[in-house]
Design a protein around this ligand. Sequence first.
Ligand SMILES: [Zn+2]
Length: 512
Amino acid sequence: MRNYVTLASMLAERKRHQVALGSIMHESNSFNCQPTGLSAFHFRRGSSDQSMLADWRTGNSEVTGFVEEGERCGFQLIPTIYASATPSGPVTSAAFEALTNELVGSIVGLANLDGVLLALHGAMFTEAFPQADEEIVRRVRTAVGKRMPLVVTHDFHANISPAVVELSDVLLTYQLNPHTDTRQRGIRAASILSRMLAGEVRPRQAIVKPPVLWNIVHQNTSEEPLHSITAASIALENCPGVLAASVACGYQYNDVPYVGPSVVVVTDGDADLASREAQQLADRMMAQRDRIQLCLPDAAKAVADALAADRFPVALFDVGDNVGGGSTADETALLDELIRQNATGWVVALHDPQGVAQAKVSGVGEKFESPVGGQSSSSFTQPVQIRGVVRSLHQGTFLEPAVRHGGHRHWDMGNCAVIECQGSTREMMNLLLLTSERCSPFSLHQLISCGIYPERHKILVVKGTVAPRAAYEPVVAKIQLVDTPGVTSANPARFKFHRARPGICGLDLDLC
Ligand SMILES: [Zn+2]
């Protein structure tokens, strides 16, 4: 009897599908000359590390969705690697090889594998492989063989090459920007894999790349001209025979052959339907290309307009220093204007490790006089002289409990200092948050954890373009995008594209 139970439980165990999970995420700005090495990645590995699964369950990322749906489907989940770094310059070949070898090596070593779920960004750039995610998928496919179900997710900002669609069984991207649907997309990916493993569906997918640069300024999926196209892709997923529909707008700070938007449609066994629907969504994008105009104020006008506003706070989005787009996080165009125009009640966050160190040496309540920002070799702007007082010092970790862009929960911006700057009054302070690490402004807790309450200020400088809206829209009276200099300038005419395929309209678009 004992033997029978053991055999039955072994058979039951064998029926559980073994699915490997892996994620390597980096959005690489090829115009930022600062390379991204292995040390920039938060990195976990190991199929025996079940604590990885426990951590993933608590987040809101696509990997959280993989785990949630995978467990619901009864998968035996095998974590392999999770690596991500804040968007920045190109990934070094050494880092790429180390991460990819870890992923592929741990998958190759798995016996009885039934499927693979892979979360990649889709805009990773290395010198050897400008479309680096394609190379990762190629190596994984080579390792697991042609027949192994391979389901891949990408960010909404992926520059998808047709090869990824050929190499994977299913590719889907986030549909929303800000990316508040990351977990749901992971759930959909795992659900499709489950149906594949049960023999219920046979995915067929098609990609169409509309030859237009869909500028980042128009990548808010809640606003036209994109909103109705996004809505159509969401509706398409409810149609019979359609498993997934993705409209990825692409990442314009990446000089690669397949820069720009992509439409990927996955159907159950109907390649023609996938091609037809993908083409229709791509045609809708092309029909809107004349509406993708750029008319943004420069820093001087934006600050003057904000000072004249009748409702506050006004959030000035520093488009040229979009940290989530791989910028330096230390551009000073708006800080310089705020001081020049004697503004009061402002908040600016800057990456400035030297400034943090200096504030620590001075101590809380002591004077702070130093140039700040503009110090990276990729910065377009100059340091700005600050005179003030060290208001507080912080460890720089914080938690975002709500669903915000990208689904990240735990944050670390390194040691920080808050400086009360020149022009502050008892009623209206000018606060400068200096951080030791570059930090994307996707959570208000970046400020709140340092004693800065955004709703009490008049002008908030936010280093992003669309993504920070999920955090800031609930508390600000107005969001104004600003045409500022930096490696994430909205104007593609400021950059030289050498690798982009010919015929993409909007690549040489200038500001009106
Ligand atoms: Zn993105």
